[in-house]
Design a protein around this ligand. Structure first.
Ligand SMILES: *Cc1c(COP(=O)(O)O)cnc(C)c1O
Length: 391
């Protein structure tokens, strides 16, 4: 039996205009900004108590009523979400700060938290009748999209820069996707993908250009609260590219408060980016509402190599409302912290995960993180596919 879904409507994150949630949308047609999913939270509050969660499946679908799917027949699940939140005791002793937690997203299907967003997006697209999906990607998102498209039997088109490491390309191909390698950056892949979208009617699932990936990613916020017994940490450090997870968690906290699951306290949200691609850090420091595109974006942490994010204003809003901050770190520090994280926790992190530790060390040193602050670091992916950087 399908559980009730409280999906109500879509709302533009900038102009606030409302849209029918049972139709397919990409960006807001008026202002070309992301659409956010809204639920009937008053109705949900009356019947969806957090105590119901205890007996539910250990995936992100345990929050089923607050995910955007009408009918369970279209639910595509490979076990994504409800990843462990580890207390990193040896790392705490090593660096002299506690409590410190790692949310290990590397255990998701296809090895990164992109599985959450694409499980939600592809399930919803499948329910709304889409037959072919398309994505420009630096790697992980393409693998995740390919996996859920394979599960549903949808045609999958992945556009990757030709210099993406082989393991990402191989995975997409094994999962049945049509992979097109483009000489250029992710922005050039976006242009190439657009042609197929316009000519062949493929649905574009680029970050924040459809409303549902953020809904999958927001479940990280629900999980952190549930796993910390309905409290939240003082600080969350998040490696930011398009910002879906950060914006998603910020949305989740708001939803949970309206559901009566948590109180008004919020973590200070921290964006970490690499020195070679730090558009959000620059915009945050300059007090801007939107970020300027970053020229010649370079970093070993591919997931953070996003020179321009459509949801920039949503990221910046969450950082400011939370009393958070934004930090840029050089690749050398990212790599060093990735090795430290690995040897002190037993988790093989992606460099993006290592970047959160690099940011932590800086913020701890300059006193922004204080004694006793509880901190959650997001290891957003497994290190296994990054063979090119470990040598
Ligand atoms: C995509 C990605 C990121 C960035 O995530 P956003 O939510 O788009 O900011 C970070 N780490 C890894 C491993 C990624 O694949």
């Amino acid at each position: 039996m399908t559980k009730k879904c409280y999906l109500s409507h879509l709302e533009c994150g900038l102009c606030g205009e409302r849209f029918d949630a049972d139709k397919l949308w990409n960006l807001c047609p008026a202002c070309r900004k992301p659409l956010l999913v809204r639920y009937d939270l008053d109705a949900a509050r009356a019947s969806f108590a957090r105590g119901l969660l205890a007996s539910r499946e250990p995936t992100m679908w345990r929050y089923r009523e607050l995910l955007p799917l009408r009918d369970d027949a279209f639910k595509l699940c490979l076990g994504e979400g409800f990843t462990p939140l580890f207390r990193a005791s040896r790392l705490e002793r090593e660096i002299g700060h506690a409590p410190l937690y790692i949310k290990d997203e590397g255990l998701n299907p296809t090895g990164s938290f992109k599985a959450r967003g694409l499980a939600a997006a592809i399930s919803r697209a499948y329910e709304l009748g889409v037959k072919a999906v398309s994505i420009p990607t630096a790697g992980n998102a393409g693998c995740a999209m390919s996996a859920y498209a394979a599960l549903a039997g949808l045609e999958a088109h992945v556009f990757m820069p030709a210099d993406v490491p082989r393991p990402f390309i191989n995975e997409c191909r094994v999962l049945g996707a049509q992979v097109t390698l483009i000489d250029g950056l992710i922005t050039d892949c976006g242009k190439a993908a657009r042609e197929g979208v316009e000519k062949h009617g493929r649905f574009d699932v680029s970050t924040l250009k459809e409303p549902y990936r953020i809904e999958g990613k927001k479940t990280m916020g629900y999980e952190v609260a549930e796993q910390m017994n309905w409290t939240l940490p003082d600080v969350i450090i998040y490696p930011t590219g398009g910002g879906t997870g950060l914006v998603g968690m910020w949305k989740a906290f708001d939803e949970m408060e309206k559901l009566g699951w948590i109180g008004p306290a919020r973590p200070r949200m921290v964006t970490v980016q690499a020195d070679g691609c730090a558009p959000m850090v620059k915009a945050f420091n300059e007090g801007r509402e939107f970020a300027e595109p970053w020229p010649n974006a370079r970093t070993i942490a591919d997931g953070m190599r996003v020179p321009a994010a459509v949801g920039d204003f949503l990221i910046l809003r969450a950082l400011r409302e939370s009393g958070g901050t934004a930090v840029a770190v050089p690749d050398a520090e990212i790599l060093e912290s990735t090795f430290l994280l690995g040897k002190a926790t037993g988790i093989w992190p992606a460099p993006e995960g290592g970047a959160t530790l690099a940011a932590f060390l800086r913020l701890r040193k300059d006193g922004w993180i204080r004694d006793g602050d509880s901190v959650v670091l997001f290891n957003t992916g497994s290190g296994a596919k990054y063979s090119h950087i470990w040598d």
